[in-house]
Every structure is written in C-alpha cells, then in structure tokens.
Design a protein. Structure first.
Length: 329
C-alpha cells in the first residue's frame, strides 16, 4: 500500500490510550515499542510480501532478513519470530513452501533466534514474512525521531532493488544484474544494528518500501529537522540508472515520489529518473543513520575495517521549523 493510502486509512482509526506504549504507528518508526518494566522495552515488528525471486529458499531468506531489519534499526536484539504464510497449496507443491520456510529459518539461525510457530492461510498468491519480537535496554533504544542539527547522514547499503526487479521482469536486466541485489537483500543488518549504541547514534531507520526519500522525510518530520542529500554520494547497484531511464520503475516507487515530492526541493539538474531512483521502494535495504560528525567518521572507519556493509556519508541534517529535504546534484 502506498504512503498516501496508508495515511488516509490510519487517520480514521481511533487511537487507543496505553501508558506502556512507547512507540506506535503514529511515529512511522520501524517497530512497536512497549515498556515491560525491569529497565527493558519489548520491540515487535511484522512484515511479509510476495516473492521477488524465483528460488523459494532465497525468497525465504530475503523475507526473513527484511523483517529482522526493523529490530536492528532500533538498536534492539531479536529474541524469536513467528512465520506468516499465504500459500496456494492446491496449485503448488508443499515442497515449495517447505523451501521458503527453510530459507527463513536459515536467516533466523544467523540472527541467533528460533522461529517458534506461525500462521498460514490458503491464498491465491504466495506471501511470506515474519513477526519478530526483540528487546532493548531503555537507554539503548534508537528511534527515528532524535536526529539533530549538524548530524551527518549515513546509508549502509546501495539502492535500487525495486528497479532491478522490475527491469528483470521486463526482460531488460539479466540474472547477473539482479544477483547483486539478491546478495544485498539476504545480508542481515545484524552487525550494523548491534554497533549503533557504541557510537552514540542519535536516530536510525531502515530503508524499505518508501524508499530513501520517504524514510528520510519521516525521520526529518519526527525529529523536526531538515536534511540535505548529495546525490553523487548515494550508492546504487550497477545499471540501476540505465534501467530507470528505460522506465523499469515499480508502481510503488512512483507513488513514493508523488506523495513525498511536496516535501522535497530537487536541484534543477536532477532528472526525473534520478528522482525515481531516490524514491525506489527497497526490500531488505540498509540502515539510515544520524550521528555527530565525529562519531560518523568513527563509525565509518569501524565498518570499513571490518568490511561491514557499504556505508557512505550521503548528507547532513539542518535545523528547520518546516522539515524538508534538499536534494543536491
């Protein structure tokens, strides 16, 4: 569902009052956060989607990594997960579903957590994902709402999974083109997430369905700051721009740009296909991190020494009464 449609639906829901709720849907953050006492918060998220690869095992891996990312983005430690499955068992072999679940379990094992159960429905289309429950010490919770004026903005994975998948479906991209995205999508954000509190990170979020500009704007709005992005610092997978120029753009990406463009000032030199690249809906994307200039360079060095991710400093936050994003060429 696009951001505009979702906002319209949520505006019609009467908010429940509960003093233990620390983060809910109103903050547009990565997961719900509940105070469970004993100096701890419970952190929970849910995510599922239809296949974006043909191989069932790989699809399970991607879906699991995507779900776990929300927990890591908040500085939390995952504890366990539940499967969510939609499957046309009258049309497809149950062996396919077993492979999907095995793929999810393999990533859960890498994350160090068990998948303890789940729920399945007979559906016309395959869908899979996880409910992930985690925990975090109260003073270590990282939200999307604490970015500060002067902070640098870091991104930990290249962009373009949505465009590459669309290009593959249209016959424009090769399997080799898309394989680079698969390698990234099955990569857990575990090491990055576990290191956030070591470097005084002020705010973080993961880049998924609303693209870079969508998730960045939600961070700006929640933190009451603005952001400036240097497009030449943003890493994309190989050939993403070529496919974007040819129109291999998912519908969700276009809806992202349409919804968030009123909050963005693009440099005159930024072409429309480049705007769409920045709005591209991601699957199992990287983390968007806000921290001081000194800590940003320390974190960057830490990641590079350990070959973690492909972290780049892509911009900075500035003070503003009306949060917006400025995109420079």
């Amino acid at each position: 569902m696009g951001p505009g449609d979702l906002a319209q639906v949520l505006s019609k829901i009467k908010k429940q009052q509960n003093s233990n709720v620390i983060v809910d849907y109103e903050q547009s953050d990565d997961a719900a956060v509940i105070d469970i006492g004993n100096d701890k918060y419970l952190v929970q998220t849910v995510d599922f989607f239809s296949p974006i690869v043909d191989d069932p095992f790989t699809f399970g891996q991607i879906a699991a990594a995507n779900s776990l990312s929300d927990i890591y983005a908040m500085g939390a430690k995952p504890l366990f997960a539940l499967n969510i499955v939609g499957f046309p068992n009258k049309e497809l072999s149950n062996d396919i579903l077993a492979e999907i679940l095995n793929g999810g379990a393999s990533l859960a094992n890498k994350a160090g957590i068990p998948i303890v159960g789940g729920h399945s429905v007979d559906d016309s289309e395959i869908k899979y994902g996880l409910v992930v429950t985690g925990e975090v010490k109260k003073n270590e919770l990282i939200k999307n709402s604490n970015a500060k004026d002067g902070d640098l903005l870091l991104l930990t994975k290249p962009l373009g999974t949505g465009i590459l998948y669309n290009a593959l479906k249209k016959g424009l991209a090769s399997t080799d083109d898309f394989y680079q995205a698969i390698e990234s999508m099955v990569e857990l954000n575990k090491e990055i997430g576990s290191s956030l509190n070591k470097f005084n990170v002020h705010a973080a979020t993961d880049v998924t369905g609303y693209g870079l500009i969508g998730h960045l704007y939600e961070m700006c709005k929640s933190s009451n700051v603005s952001a400036e992005i240097e497009t030449n610092k943003v890493h994309f997978f190989n050939n993403v721009e070529q496919f974007a120029k040819k129109g291999a753009v998912p519908g969700g990406t276009g809806r992202n740009l349409e919804f968030y463009s009123k909050h963005i000032k693009f440099a005159d030199s930024i072409k429309n296909h480049q705007k769409l690249m920045l709005a591209d809906a991601q699957t199992s994307g990287g983390l968007l991190i806000s921290l001081s200039e000194k800590d940003a360079h320390s974190l960057s060095s830490f990641y590079k020494e350990r070959s973690i991710g492909s972290l780049q400093i892509i911009g900075k936050f500035t003070s503003s009464k009306n949060p917006k994003i400025t995109i420079n060429s």
